[in-house]
Design a protein around this ligand. Structure first.
Ligand SMILES: Nc1ncnc2c1ncn2[C@@H]1O[C@H](COP(=O)(O)OP(=O)(O)OP(=O)(O)O)[C@@H](O)[C@H]1O
Length: 926
């Protein structure tokens, strides 16, 4: 702005010198003389007094002329009469006009030419030349530099010849604003001035570099009708007369974003454009037509804020009859009648006239050409591929994660996850394109940041398999290299959501500890202090996350607490949440934890989304299909950015990117957790290298099975409780077969007892599988069931040479056998079984029993026997029934198909939810 001010001051000084300054100086000098004269006069002779009085009269007269202005004074009848009567006053007038003529003579000789030259140099082409030379074709200037002056009309010093008119140009782009004040009858001239100026602006550069916003308080038909073709390509946006708020918020939001960007790149748009050789950020010119009335306070303050901060960000105002404070860089044209005006650039004494507007048809034609050119330049509609960078996977996430996710008028609209916007909340009703938007975000990020910079944890509580494609599949072996975990069909497994949150808090703690060791507080600092460490930013996407809060139970409570913790502390540790939901409003537990909501400062609203933006921000309501409001300001209106989101989920979009990235980047396979799929025992990590008997898959972030500890200490027996036969068989078979894998032949013996005939084939299959591994197996089924009591007694009484594993299926079905006593005082089978459970483990005899009901189970063990069951797996048993088995703590468990709870008294503080394995292939003989 320094250059501009100098130029303008120069320009002004010259004009003022001539028109006003000279006179003022003379009057000031004369007043000084007057004081001297009056001083002398006190003691002077009468002649001197008369002279002094004459001089005084003359000076007063000169002052009057000055106040009136030379032009008005020349036609003033009273002054003319007094001059006719008083030669002394006539002399004053003659003196002044002589000085003016001399001054004007000098201006005419030197100044006029200089002004012409100045405007020629500083307002080249469309900025200053007559419309005949530029109106029509679209400009080609890439906008690396803006002209310093923009012609608005012509000016003429009062009393000078019409041919001495000179061009009047004002600074605008990158510098300031223009205000036009009208008076009665001058609106056509004002409109012409504005229209011509606007056409100069949009014609001076390659189309699209100047964006116009038009707002008019009163006109129903809209002002500047010839410019309307510009709206077709979005070069000009006409705003609702009742929604000045929205426009101001939009401009303010834009200014903030540009400032934030300038801070990031340490360059203003002007400097960045000069360096890049093209305008990097289009100028935005808002033309506001008011009616001279003051604006409501809040709007007035906002307008003044924009006026103060806009120019640096390339935001400029052309204000017609809109009041504004003087402390912003603004030049003013004030109409004094229908045709004539004064200008703050030239001061009084210089008459300004707007240039006549070019013919409307020609303006219209030029506007159409420019709009068409923009559309051609913009080319085809933007698609997924346009979200991707030129080079894949080279971004650094030290400071933040940033990617475009859509386009507004051909320009990318970005989302940022970083210190200011650590977490995102995405909302939109079903079918509004929420999942597609998540794909756009994931695609944009994955294309920019390699796995060392970004790790993704994705969870979808919706039914369906929306993120499953990110893991290797049967048809497509590729995976998204940055994906570490993908959870699908977790709608009934809220524990998995909980597990993810626990994992994230664990990671938070790990990062916090590392930061503490390095004596830093932020991820960026940690990475600087530990350049060799692996500290990628983590993005956890939870689609339909409200499902986590689906019940009034411990899971909801824990999820809310963990989510709050991650939301609070994730910011500084580079752990970001992207929470998506159909209906934010419905999440009761969430409202109890406003911190989560508050920490999600990035809000994305799909069409018709409720509550995700600030309450009075209704931008999502009017959103067209496949668009989103992206708001980095917690949903406040000035943060709104509307983007069209390209299709990111059809074939050939994200999937193709994934294959490309997969081929280029090395990364381990992500874990897939599919709640609709029973994991196979043979594929379980703990089956091939077992640590002990495997019971089922734990719902955890890591691929981990529940393993029961078997030491030779009391209580190391396991009870399976419930009627869900398939699941009970699965648990027993998993345990038996994994023990078979753990031990070499001869190290142990198996005892499989099953009184239920229909289960015999399964028991036999398990026995065959164990025998195939070389193990000794005794099976008691069918008629042999009668021998079970005998077997129990033997195992309870004798010390076996090797480990003994008893698998007792459907214990309750042997009640009639075990209850029997040979004599009333003899021990029953149950007594023996209790002894076996009590004393067996210490002698390496461990029992895995299945009871098909809690009552039967308790009956078998009796009150004292409970201690001998160190662990249990409950199937279709209500949580309330289990409390007594879990050291008195409340077990929050509602049975559901193919899920179980496992509790080990010695290691667990709370039960684990298990998914029983599919044992089919494990049972098959090799
Ligand atoms: N920007 C887009 N361009 C073209 N098609 C889209 C776009 N966004 C979404 N679609 C299509 O619309 C359909 C619904 O989109 P999507 O699954 O993303 O919606 P959603 O809001 O997640 O709905 P739901 O919650 O029911 O899954 C999909 O078939 C998707 O391909």
């Amino acid at each position: 702005m320094v250059w501009a001010r100098e130029t303008i001051d120069d320009y002004r000084t010259r004009l003022w010198d001539m028109a006003r300054g000279e006179r003022r100086r003379r009057v000031d000098e004369a007043l000084t003389a007057l004081r001297t004269v009056l001083g002398h006069a006190l003691g002077a002779a009468e002649g001197a007094r008369v002279r002094a009085e004459t001089r005084h009269r003359q000076l007063e007269f000169e002052k009057e002329i000055r106040l009136l202005g030379l032009a008005a004074a020349a036609t003033d009848a009273d002054l003319a009469r007094r001059m006719a009567e008083d030669d002394a006053l006539r002399a004053v007038w003659d003196g002044i006009t002589a000085r003016r003529d001399a001054g004007y003579e000098q201006w005419h000789r030197e100044g006029l030419a200089q002004v012409h030259r100045l405007v020629l140099d500083e307002a080249p082409g469309a900025a200053g030349e007559p419309w005949q030379t530029w109106l029509g074709p679209a400009g080609t200037d890439p906008g690396a530099h803006a002209p310093r002056l923009w012609r608005v009309g012509s000016a003429l010093v009062e009393h000078s010849a019409p041919e001495d008119a000179f061009p009047l140009a004002v600074p605008l782009l990158d510098v300031g604003h223009l205000r036009v004040n009208t008076t009665t009858g001058s609106r056509p001239a004002a409109d012409a001035l504005v229209e011509t100026l606007v056409m100069r602006l949009v014609s001076a550069f390659a189309p699209g570099l100047v964006r116009l916003h038009l707002w008019d308080v009163g006109h129903l038909t809209g002002p500047l009708p010839s410019l309307h073709p510009l709206t077709a390509a979005g070069v000009m946006v006409v705003h609702d007369p009742t929604r000045l708020d929205d426009l101001l918020a939009q401009l303010a939001g834009h200014i903030r974003r540009v400032h934030a960007q300038s801070l990031r790149v340490h360059q203003t748009p002007r400097a960045a454009s000069a360096a890049a050789g093209r305008r990097v950020e289009p100028w935005r010119v808002a033309v506001l037509f008011g009616n001279g009335d003051p604006l409501p306070d809040e709007q007035y303050r906002e307008l003044n804020r924009i006026a103060r901060t806009g120019p640096e960000a390339g935001v400029h105002l052309v204000l017609v009859d809109m009041p504004i404070t003087a402390n912003s860089p603004v030049e003013t044209v004030t109409f004094t009648d229908a045709e004539r005006a004064t200008c703050s650039m030239t001061g009084p004494g210089v008459v300004v006239r707007a240039d006549p507007a070019p013919p409307p048809a020609q303006v219209n034609h030029a506007a159409t050409t420019i709009a068409a050119d923009v559309l051609v330049r913009r080319g085809r509609p933007r698609e997924f591929a346009d979200l991707l960078p030129d080079t894949l996977g080279t971004g650094s996430s030290v400071e933040e994660l940033r990617t475009p996710i859509g386009f507004h008028e051909g320009e990318p609209v970005e989302v940022v996850l970083g210190d200011a916007t650590p977490h995102a909340l995405v909302a939109g009703p079903s079918g509004s394109g929420k999942t597609n938007l998540l794909y756009a975000v994931l695609g944009g990020l994955a294309a920019r940041y390699p796995p060392s910079e970004l790790e993704l944890y994705l969870l979808d509580f919706k039914e369906g398999v929306s993120f499953a494609g990110l893991t290797p599949g049967r048809k497509d072996p590729s995976w998204l290299p940055q994906a570490r975990l993908v959870g699908v069909n977790v709608n009934t497994d809220r524990e998995f959501g909980l597990a993810l949150l626990r994992f994230l808090t664990g990671e938070l703690a790990r990062r916090a500890a590392a930061a503490k060791r390095q004596e830093v507080t932020k991820l960026a600092e940690l990475r600087e202090a530990d350049p060799d460490g692996h500290w990628p930013r983590i993005v956890a996407v939870i689609d339909e996350f409200q499902a986590l809060f689906g019940g009034r139970d411990q899971i909801t409570q824990q999820a809310a607490a963990l989510l709050e913790d991650v939301a609070r502390r994730g910011r500084s540790q580079g752990i970001h949440l992207v929470l998506a939901s159909q209906d934010i409003a419905g999440i009761e537990a969430f409202w109890g934890k406003p911190a989560v909501y508050d920490q999600c400062t990035l809000r994305i609203a799909m069409p018709k989304a409720k509550r995700v933006l600030a309450q009075e921000n209704n931008a999502a309501l009017a959103l067209p299909r496949w668009h989103a409001v992206v708001n980095h300001e917690s949903g406040v209106a000035h943060g709104n950015e509307v983007a069209h989101v390209p299709d990111a989920s059809s074939r050939g979009t994200f999937d193709e990117l994934q294959r490309t990235l997969w081929a280029r980047m090395t990364s381990p396979k992500p874990r897939l957790f599919d709640g609709a799929h029973q994991p196979e025992l043979v594929h379980a990590a703990d089956f091939t290298g077992p640590r002990g008997p495997v019971l089922g898959q734990i719902i955890e972030v890591d691929d981990k099975a529940a393993v029961f500890r078997l030491e030779p200490v009391p209580g190391r027996n396991l009870a399976v409780i419930g009627t869900a036969t398939a699941d009970a068989l699965s648990v027993l078979e998993s345990a038996a077969l994994s023990l078979g894998e753990l031990h070499s032949a001869g190290e142990c013996e198996f005892h499989l007892w099953c009184p239920v005939q229909s289960l015999e084939p399964r028991v036999t299959a398990a026995a065959d599988r164990l025998r195939a591994k070389g193990h000794e197996v005794s099976v008691r089924t069918g008629d042999d069931v009668a021998k079970i009591t005998e077997e129990i007694t033997k195992l309870a009484d004798e010390t076996a040479p090797v480990r003994q594993y008893v698998f007792f299926y459907a214990v309750d079905a042997t009640a009639h056998l075990l209850e029997a006593k040979e004599t009333p005082l003899a021990k029953s089978g149950f007594d023996k079984l209790r002894e076996l459970l009590k004393n067996g483990p210490a002698r390496h005899v461990h029992t895995f029993g299945w009871w098909r009901g809690m009552g039967r189970f308790k009956e078998t063990l009796g009150f004292a026997g409970m201690d001998d069951i160190g662990g249990w797996v409950a199937l279709d048993v209500q949580g309330a029934e289990l409390n007594t088995l879990a050291a008195g703590q409340v077990v929050d468990w509602s049975p559901r198909p193919h899920r179980a709870v496992f509790f080990d008294r010695t290691t667990h503080s709370r039960p684990d939810v298990l998914i029983p394995f599919d044992t089919t292939s494990a049972l098959e003989l090799p």
